[in-house]
Design a binder for this molecule. Structure first.
Ligand code: AMP
Ligand code: MG
Length: 411
């Protein structure tokens, strides 16, 4: 077991233990949004399937229109009406036009379309004052996608546009990486369910809900377990229960230095279990415990509500993203430099994650200020904040007006 390690190293250890993304599952097209597709999708046909009109207008032969001028306009008879979806099988002869709507297939003989606002429309004819170029306002068969082409490659994150494309190529179901199943356990003798009136010294369980919400938002399927009391036997039973059938187990509390912090002792005694590290050089979030039980990662998040959430952001979100098929910078929060609007506290020997409110000023410069009190129990700082202000371990704090790095929490 490693102890009191740097954030980067801790993240590497956690991510390094996961070889590959989870397996694939078939889901309804719309349910694929935001997830990673696990198959190459090939177009079954050209799109558009045929040459068609880009405008509501009139189809004609460009060569017939060459002599049209303002002073000597051409009158051309309209021989057919072609709405979209109703191909016309006739042919256009010299000097004739067809009324054609956007998306309707171009009939034989027509090689140009003139939009209706550019002609004078009579009952059964049009008056044309200008020549029309060959190919004008015609969309070509296959100009969007060609039959046989890969339109969405395996490993792509499905965006709304990709959902549209998958519909366009006739995919009611798609194979995507399945969602990680995550057991969420709060521990602590003082913790009570929110349905109960807290007695003396008791507090409501907020961590199970913030953890479950973070899991859900990161693309996982949280399952909230009953609150676990600080008794080794009960913790042991709950952990074994949680490990079976889940891809990840998250606990909160019980990993610090207290007399009733039993998670580490319990895991050490479990069969097929290994504690990989304990304590990370960060503030808040120092007591984090990372272990594997029966090859399932079990992450003991600190109990203080802010520590729980900040540790989740640094370690659990990247792991869930990797399980879900994401790679590289997609695993991490987005970073950006910002100007500090106030002095920031000295972080000591640990990487400090202060909660901040980042905003652009009148000139478009990104600025950041603290949310207020920064204690690891101030859940309100997470409610108000939209970013973490990262301060590397240095001896003195950061002065007002300095450039600091923030990590965005508005996903
Ligand atoms: P622990 O790490 O178990 O000593 O807990 C640290 C602090 O976090 C204590 O003040 C706990 O009351 C608080 N805490 C632990 N678990 C929860 C929870 N599920 N919801 C809210 N606060 C908690
Ligand atoms: Mg506790």
């Amino acid at each position: 077991m490693e102890k009191y390690i740097a954030v980067e190293h801790a993240r590497e250890l956690i991510l390094g233990d996961l070889d590959a993304a989870l397996s694939a599952e078939k889901v309804d097209l719309l349910a694929s949004l935001g997830r990673i597709i696990c198959e190459d999708v090939v177009a079954d046909r050209d799109l558009p399937p045929a040459d068609n009109s880009a405008m509501d207008g009139y189809g004609l032969r460009a060569s017939d229109s060459e002599s049209a001028t303002h002073t000597q306009p051409l009158q051309m008879p309209v021989v057919a009406d072609i709405p979209a979806g109703k191909p016309w099988t006739g042919q256009v002869a010299a000097g004739e036009t067809v009324r054609i709507m956007t998306g309707a297939p171009i009939p034989v003989g027509v090689d140009a379309v003139v939009r209706r606002e550019l002609v004078e429309e009579l009952d059964n004819a049009i008056i044309l004052e200008n020549p029309v170029k060959s190919g004008n306002d015609i969309r070509r068969a296959g100009e969007d996608i060609k039959a046989g082409e890969i339109v969405i490659a395996s490993g792509t994150r499905i965006t709304p546009a990709a959902v549209g494309m998958l519909a366009a190529v006739g995919m009611p179901y798609v194979a995507v990486v399945r969602k990680p199943r995550v057991a969420v356990l709060a521990t602590g003798d003082e913790i009570v369910d929110f349905s109960q009136v807290p007695g003396p010294g008791a507090i409501r369980n907020s961590n199970s809900f913030s953890m479950a919400a973070l899991v859900q938002q990161a693309g996982g399927l949280p399952q909230i377990f009953p609150i676990v009391r600080d008794k080794p036997e009960l913790i042991r039973k709950a952990l074994l229960d949680a490990v079976s059938g889940n891809d990840l187990v998250l606990t909160s509390g019980g990993v610090s230095m207290g007399d009733y912090d039993f998670i580490q002792d319990v895991i050490r005694e479990l069969p097929d279990a290994e504690i990989r590290f304990w304590q990370v050089k960060m503030k808040p979030g120092k007591p984090l415990l990372y272990s594997r039980v029966a090859s399932i990662p079990v992450i003991g998040l600190p109990g203080n509500p802010v520590s729980t959430m900040v540790s989740f952001e640094q370690f659990v979100r990247p792991l869930l993203k990797k399980m879900s098929g994401f790679t590289g910078s997609e695993l991490l929060l987005k970073k950006e430099p910002a100007i500090a609007l106030e002095d920031l506290p000295a972080p000591g020997d640990r990487l400090h994650y202060a909660r901040g409110i980042a905003e652009r000023d009148g000139e478009g410069q990104l600025t950041v200020r603290l949310t207020g009190a920064q204690g690891s129990g101030i859940l309100n700082s997470m409610v108000k904040g939209n970013c973490l202000i990262t301060q590397p371990p240095v001896s003195s704090g950061t002065g007002k007006g300095s450039i600091v790095e923030i990590e965005w929490l508005d996903y």
